[in-house]
Design a protein around this ligand. Structure first.
Ligand SMILES: CC(C)(COP(=O)(O)OP(=O)(O)OC[C@H]1O[C@@H](n2cnc3c(N)ncnc32)[C@H](O)[C@@H]1OP(=O)(O)O)[C@@H](O)C(=O)NCCC(=O)NCCS
Length: 304
């Protein structure tokens, strides 16, 4: 049994494994292998992401995908494996190999797991990891007839051109900067994200008021889930000074309408359970919680 750095030679076997495993971690892996391959290729071209695979007699029985978010001092690791033993081998490998050269103890490693991953959650709890956050995974059926939402003072528009990626980065950073786990985006990050799987710049909606001020935005994405096209509200928000006027509801409803016009039947989203305003807003619109995502944390061991 050996842990190897992922390379293209592993692609087919890793896709087979990922599509066989039950849902795990924070990544919402698709059930379709071609799509999984695309996503893996995107990940491997991202220098902050590294993937390792557990190889056993030429077969892959587990993997971990690790993303370093240096500007918020954290490493996020998604582990997937066929059994408990392999999971623990991969976990030990992360803890043994990611030592921080910063002895302040500020760097943290986080392992997101789904509520349904009972054995792993019990193990993390018994091993003394802290559960620092719970995200709700919410779902809404949009198979019914929908009209474009109307508002007296707000308008919704698409991004005018790639020159507005900078505006999108600025709005997103302004709205989410104080949010737990948010790593600020550069214009290049935004460009890369918009080229990645499920994204389409035409889906992004900028919300403006009658003074032509940009008040917020909605960033929907789509992905195929077996026979169903599923939408996701990946990000959305209203600038602080414009909150509390019903604009958030308009932004989400605009996103839902766009997803519906793409042919989506369902819409998913992840929201921090402590984000009371957003949870309330989504529930008002009809979203229901279908799963929970736990964020387990451990301080990154120092090199000494
Ligand atoms: C969540 C957010 C979009 C809401 O925007 P908003 O324009 O203030 O939302 P709305 O005015 O449409 O209000 C939504 C509902 O929340 C309610 N609400 C307001 N403050 C609340 C609070 N502290 N707790 C619970 N509900 C609250 C409002 O009363 C309103 O309900 P109503 O329509 O029945 O009156 C906004 O706070 C935001 O951008 N937050 C930062 C980004 C974010 O969290 N995005 C979502 C997660 S991806």
């Amino acid at each position: 049994m050996e842990i190897q750095l992922y390379n293209n030679f592993h692609l087919d076997k890793l896709c087979d494994l990922i599509t066989q495993l039950k849902p795990h971690g924070h990544l919402d892996w698709p059930t379709d292998k071609t799509v999984t391959k695309n996503i893996l290729s995107n990940f491997t071209s991202n220098p902050s992401i590294s993937i390792r695979v557990l190889v056993n007699s030429n077969e892959i029985s587990g993997y971990y995908l690790l993303e370093e978010e240096k500007n918020i001092s954290r490493i996020v690791v998604c582990i997937g494996s066929t059994n408990k033993n392999d999971h623990n081998i991969l976990l030990s490998h992360v803890l043994d190999n990611y030592k921080s050269n910063d002895n302040s103890g500020n760097i943290k490693i986080q392992f997101p797991t789904l509520k349904s991953q009972k054995t792993v959650n019990d193990y993390f709890r018994r091993s003394g990891l802290s559960k620092v956050r719970t995200y709700l995974k919410m779902d809404l059926d949009i198979s019914h007839q929908m009209n474009f939402p109307k508002h007296e003072t707000l308008t919704a528009r698409k991004l005018k051109s790639t020159t507005e990626y900078k505006i999108l980065a600025d709005i997103q950073n302004e709205i989410f900067l104080s949010h737990w786990g948010y790593s600020p985006n550069t214009q290049k990050d935004i460009t890369d994200m918009l080229q990645s799987f499920g994204n389409d710049p035409n889906l992004i909606t900028i919300i403006a008021n009658d003074q032509n001020d940009i008040v917020g935005y909605c960033w929907p994405t789509v992905y195929q889930e077996q026979e169903t096209l599923t939408g996701k509200i990946s990000m959305m928000g209203i600038k602080e000074e414009f909150r509390g006027n019903g604009y958030g509801k308009f932004a989400v409803e605009t996103g839902l309408f766009i997803l519906k016009s793409m042919g989506a039947q369902r819409v998913r989203l992840d929201v921090d359970s402590l984000n009371a305003k957003a949870v309330f807003l989504y529930k008002t619109i009809g979203f229901v919680t279908i799963n929970e995502l736990y964020w387990w944390e451990v301080r990154c061991p120092s090199q000494r």
